[in-house]
Write a protein that binds this ligand. Structure first.
Ligand SMILES: Cc1cc2nc3c(=O)[nH]c(=O)nc-3n(C[C@H](O)[C@H](O)[C@H](O)COP(=O)(O)OP(=O)(O)OC[C@H]3O[C@@H](n4cnc5c(N)ncnc54)[C@H](O)[C@@H]3O)c2cc1C
Length: 503
């Protein structure tokens, strides 16, 4: 076997996945077709849950200085924004950060962890058998090498060769509409205000560069494959805003479409899919990259557990069961947003569509509605269904990042305890002296036991006595039992179900 896991694609999804695998000691190689890192940035945002997972891996200090926190985000470009600051998180903001920076920081981390990112290496196809897969890799000089891997993960974007080679269907709808983006150095702030007022999305980036994004009713049926020219861009802005906003010398022009597809399965034998390889949609409310990062967080530790030989039955299959419904929900909400935008561009629907948007904006002013949608777009609301009936209501939800004091150590946050990407088992009552020895004897390399002597209050944790947190920060198991013997039995059962047979 040349490698345990071959990750195809060094976009944000592939890079974070490689970091997760390397943290667990899995031999990983990343094959990337591009010879150089991507300079232009499609995505510009890390939404709250992405910031949380970066925090969980101790990387926040690298990301925060390069980005700009913004307290909310638009939904369908409605005037009322989603308020992330009202959500229960230390990171109730979106970090405005160009995708190129996110990729550079993840690549840096992957290299530190010993991952080789092999650039100029295009995967041309693969064949799998019972205990691995042969991956055909075409190098810079055109030569083809066959790499044998125990598992292959396609993080190779919407046109994924891995997905196609594994025969995984990608049902959905073709592109029916396209938008355009352009990055320019613009000096006239008044022009930007006019553009905003006319429905053009205007996002100041770094070094004085401004991103314009628009849907021009006269150009929305132009296929995404047709290049955008400066003349076209100026003509569209003039049509939409009454002026071309002084744009010249574009840094980047691009046309993107609303093809919406979801892989029929995220796993076929030894092949798995993550990120755009598994789901594509219109970039409404900036969710694609963020969803890919969450896929990687969900998959990394599970695949590592299988490779390292201790995964309990069904753990790897839970990746599809947990993440595919999230992919489905994201594709659906982007379709809703696209429709809300598109209808206003169709003459016979313009009046009712404008009224519909006004109604939606009004609804978003209601705190509960706003919170519900903000939780969905930020991914803070993502909860995985419990595997067993009668589980504690916390199971599947993200663990709150409370501060706590552990016996014999300094105050710490739960997310800091997750940096090693192992399970964290918390005795919240501090009265289970057997926890440490039980965990260390049976699951020492997989679980960090913590006896909590003091902690922040959190309403979700009232009455909880013990809790097992997964490496991705979601709750695996929790109990409110106070009886010591009953707790011991439940604990052993939970540890075996999640962290495998004791070693
Ligand atoms: C206009 C626009 C704006 C967007 N804005 C946002 C936003 O604000 N927020 C957000 O979350 N998302 C946004 N997105 C979506 C986001 O850019 C993507 O969802 C994200 O890049 C997906 O990451 P990925 O790693 O899964 O795939 P990709 O970024 O597509 O990376 C795939 C990688 O695989 C490589 N590759 C492909 N085929 C092969 C092969 N055969 N062999 C080897 N390597 C291969 C590619 O070169 C590439 O580097 C936007 C998208 C667009 C179009």
């Amino acid at each position: 076997m040349n490698v345990d896991v071959a990750v195809v694609g060094a976009g944000p999804t592939g890079l974070l996945l490689a970091c997760e695998l390397a943290l667990a000691g899995v031999r990983t190689r990343v094959f990337e077709r591009r010879t150089e890192p991507q300079r232009d940035s499609r995505a510009l945002s890390l939404h709250p849950r992405s910031v949380e997972v970066i925090d969980q891996r101790g990387l926040l200090d690298r990301f925060l200085p390069l980005g700009r926190p913004v307290p909310g985000w638009h939904f369908a470009q409605l005037p009322t924004h989603l308020d992330f600051s009202a959500l229960d998180s230390r990171h109730g903001y979106s970090l405005f950060l160009a995708q190129a920076h996110t990729e550079a920081l993840l690549a840096e981390r992957a290299r530190e962890l010993g991952v080789e990112i092999e650039r100029g290496c295009e995967v041309a196809g693969l064949r799998q058998d019972g205990d691995g897969a042969e991956v055909e890799v075409r190098g810079r000089d055109g030569s083809v090498a066959t790499i044998r891997a125990r598992y292959v993960v396609g993080c190779d974007g919407g046109r994924s060769v891995v997905r196609q080679s594994a025969g995984i269907a990608f049902p959905g709808t073709d592109e029916t509409l396209t938008g355009v983006l352009g990055d320019f150095a613009v000096t006239d702030p008044a022009a930007l205000d006019v553009a905003r007022a006319r429905g053009v999305l205007v996002a100041p980036m770094e070094d004085g560069v401004v991103r314009f994004v628009y849907l021009d009713p006269e150009r929305i049926r132009v296929p995404s494959g047709e290049p955008v020219t400066l003349e076209e861009f100026r003509a569209s802005l003039t049509r939409l805003c009454g002026s071309d906003c002084g744009v010249a010398e574009p840094r980047w022009l691009s046309r993107f479409g609303n093809a919406t597809r979801l892989a029929e399965s995220y796993r076929a034998g030894r092949v798995l899919l993550a990120g755009d390889a598994a789901h594509i949609h219109f970039p409404a409310a900036g969710q694609g990259l963020n969803t890919g990062l969450q896929d990687a967080m969900n998959l990394g530790w599970k695949l590592a557990a299988v490779v390292n030989g201790w995964a309990p039955p069904g753990l790897l299959d839970s990746y599809d069961a947990e993440r595919r419904p999230v992919g489905q929900s994201v594709t659906e909400n982007t379709e809703v947003q696209t429709l809300l935008a598109e209808l206003t561009l169709v003459p016979q629907y313009r009046r009712p569509a404008t009224a519909l948007r006004a109604l939606f904006a009004e609804l978003l002013d209601m705190p509960q509605v706003n919170r519900t949608l903000a939780a969905r777009v930020s991914a803070l609301g993502t909860a995985y269904p419990p595997a067993t009936p009668g589980a504690d209501p916390l199971v599947g939800h993200r663990m709150p990042d409370i501060g706590l004091t552990a016996a014999g150590s300094e105050a710490v946050r739960v997310y800091e305890l997750l940096q090693a990407a192992r399970y964290v088992h918390l005795d919240l009552t501090g009265d289970a002296p057997d926890l440490g020895p039980t965990v260390t004897a049976g699951w020492g390399s997989r679980v960090t036991p913590v006896t909590v002597t003091a902690r922040d209050a959190h309403p979700d944790l009232d009455g909880v006595t013990e809790i097992l947190v997964r490496p991705d920060g979601h709750v695996a198991w929790a109990t409110r039992t106070t009886d010591v013997r009953a707790r011991q039995a439940e604990r052993t059962e939970a540890l075996t179900a999640w962290a495998g047979t004791p070693s």
